[in-house]
Design a protein around this ligand. Sequence first.
Ligand code: SAM
Length: 259
Amino acid sequence: MARRHRPRKRFGQNFLHDPGVIERIVRHIAPRPGQHLVEIGPGQGALTAPLLAGAGELDVVELDRDLIPGLRGLGTGLHIHQADALRFDFRHLQRTPDDRLRIVGNLPYNISTPLLFHLIEQIDCIADMHFMLQREVVERLAAGPGSKRYGRLGVMVQYHCAVEKLFVVGPGAFRPPPQVESAVVRLVPHTRPPVRVRDYTAFARLVNHCFAQRRKTLRRVLKGVLDEQDIRQAGIDPALRPENLSLAQFAALSERLPE
Ligand code: SAM
């Protein structure tokens, strides 16, 4: 008889067991034959089985070796990659250069922020993403200027994707139940970035630098980087704080950086 898997905290294992929630997530994803779906952290297969049924084929990336034998039994068309999603090259999965991946997962909460940054680095191979995350992280993804949840994660993801918060899920839908509420989010890459950025690396560095001191005025945060006149020439009041700047204003500031 198969040994019962004991959920591992270090792998962020909170397995979905509520059929209503599973059905709702899969309905929002709406997998279809011919689409290239990729699941991160399939675990014991709660989402994997219905996704495979919808798409006919599915790539999964799972770190925990002990879960791999259970996944093998789910049927043909399942391509299992025992790997760390944080280091995984998703572009490698593309079947043709035009192939775009639909990435989904009930993500391990302990790595969700670095994983989102890892994925936006590979955004050119992604059609869309549907993730279960901590509710707070979904709020950070969707937050706008002035909100206490607004920060680097939201600005950088919103530069790349339209963010749609789908629904909230309570702890009881998981085994073991997490200590926080969760939510499902849809991220759809923009066909064209919503703002013009000449040097993406400089823009990303600027956003990072600003949010390291989000409550200071721009005049102070940008000392030695941009002077007051540059900030004004970007159309921005130097007395504002990073937490009050829109994506367009970060882009405008980054345009003033020396080449
Ligand atoms: N999808 C399953 C479900 O909904 O029941 C499991 C979700 S559980 C929250 C997260 C899953 O991600 C676990 O199976 C865990 O082993 C896996 N995982 C954790 N860290 C990972 C990593 N770095 N790369 C790939 N999978 C990882």
